[in-house]
Design a protein around this ligand. Structure first.
Ligand SMILES: *Cc1c(COP(=O)(O)O)cnc(C)c1O
Length: 430
């Protein structure tokens, strides 16, 4: 099918990027388990290597199964192109790589996935990059943190682990005024709940490991480009605007226009960093995305029921779910994620740390794992696991204090999940 803008989300999540296989008519996207692709002749090979023609050379750069997934995610996010890679963390490096250089920095939210806080506060230093962490609810502080070397702003639409909602529009305005891109990690929201590009984001990154795949089978990541950023408007982004020596002086922004970032991601990022998604992983994620809207509706419905039940229970100290009327983030739902606040939140148990541990060990349906966005309900004590590398101050700022647990509510029967929480809370607080 042609992916006209007139098709709805439920149609696009099944059809975008997929067409019957030209060789066999196979209706499902085949797993093209091939490392290399035969050139028609020497001229064809040369044109592909010069980026004068788009096609397949070698699966570190491009693969037809992965390409179908890239087109599907780009379509669902309203972007012009996307590059898939091996994990969500790889996607973050892939997004920053063309923008950054030694001495350059990003301004990042304090409320991020724990692994991202570690990647940004420790690991990127080895590239000579740095991150300044700011509370994104304080827009003036975000503005004040930007300096001449800032090359991007980074935040999560719905922030893991607390389920806090970022005012994407307000931060996008700050990025625009500074002439730098806003990168949104849309993993916890998915394009069904939140469309960051419509709210002003330049790039969207995903851990496709989570809701997009949806069943806890494969790791993967994706960088989606809005195609709206003018990389040549100033001299801040030489990788995009200046001649590229590895391609005989080609300028990505000039040659590829709105697709510059996507082409750079494949022709430089995947070629040289090699964080490639394999076609098997792309297959599982394509399967998962077909039911994304159906799952997200149930995830949200269950999360609302369970958060309300927990909030009314006197064994529970507090619940952070933004879908609760008591949440300071409730008023942002209408603008940022009109179909619901996701299915990820934390709650505190009376008895603190010890009660949290006992609760986790007493649950029967909930799985104690370091993952989210599975059809299965999951629980974890973030402070001792996913946010363990952080200081206690960083943990509290991220919403992962020692006395709270994080849940990722699945698509099981809500009544069964409530009964499970009920029996485990009794054991934890007795
Ligand atoms: C899991 C996750 C990541 C990292 O993704 P991986 O696929 O595990 O590398 C990044 N951001 C968020 C919000 C996540 O939940």
């Amino acid at each position: 099918m042609t992916d006209g803008p007139s098709y709805g989300f439920d149609t696009l999540q099944i059809h975008a990027g997929a067409r019957p296989d030209p060789a066999t008519g196979a209706r499902q996207v085949p797993i093209y388990q091939s490392t290399a692709y035969v050139f028609r002749d020497a001229d064809h090979a040369a044109a592909l290597f010069n980026l004068q023609e788009v096609g397949y050379i070698y699966s570190r750069l491009t693969n037809p199964t992965v390409a179908a997934l890239q087109e599907r995610i780009a379509t669902l996010e309203g972007g012009v192109g996307a590059v898939c890679c091996s994990s969500g963390h790889a996607a973050q490096i892939m997004a920053l790589f063309p923008l950054m250089g030694p001495g350059k920095n990003i301004v990042a939210s304090t409320r991020l996935y724990g692994g991202t806080v570690t990647q940004f506060s420790q690991t990127i230093k080895r590239f000579g990059w740095s991150a300044t962490f700011v509370d994104f609810d304080d827009v003036e502080a975000v503005k004040a943190a930007i300096d001449d070397d800032t090359r991007a702003i980074f935040g999560e639409a719905i922030a893991n682990p607390g389920g806090y909602i970022m005012d994407v529009r307000a931060i996008a305005d700050v990025a625009d005024a500074a002439g730098i891109p806003l990168i949104i990690d849309n993993t916890s929201a998915t394009p069904f709940l939140c469309r960051p590009i419509e709210l002003g984001a330049t790039l969207v990154v995903h851990s496709t490991t989570k809701y997009l795949t949806g069943n806890g089978t494969v790791t993967g990541g994706c960088v989606v480009d809005s195609g709206k950023f003018d990389w040549a408007a100033n001299d801040k982004f030489p990788s995009m605007s200046q001649p590229e020596p590895a391609y005989h002086g080609l300028k990505f922004a000039e040659t590829f226009g709105p697709l510059a970032f996507t082409f750079h991601g494949i022709a430089i990022g995947l070629r040289d960093l090699g964080m490639t998604m394999n076609p098997q992983a792309a297959h599982y994620t394509l399967m998962g995305i077909e039911t994304l809207s159906l799952r997200m509706e149930r995830h949200v419905e269950n999360a609302e029921k369970i958060a309300n039940w927990l909030e009314a229970d006197d064994r529970v100290t507090h619940v952070t779910y933004a879908g609760l009327k008591s949440s300071p983030y409730f008023k942002r739902i209408k603008d940022v994620c009109p179909k619901g606040a996701g299915a990820l939140f934390t709650f505190g148990v009376k008895g603190g740390y010890d009660a949290c541990i006992k609760l986790i060990d007493s649950l029967e349906i909930f799985s104690h794992v370091a993952n989210l966005g599975d059809t299965r309900s999951l629980i974890i004590h973030s402070a001792s696991t996913t946010h363990r590398q952080l200081t206690e101050d960083q943990q509290r700022a991220a919403g992962a204090a020692p006395e709270v647990v994080r849940v990722s509510i699945g698509t099981e029967d809500a009544d069964d999940l409530i009964a499970d929480l009920d029996q485990a809370l009794s054991k934890a607080t007795s």
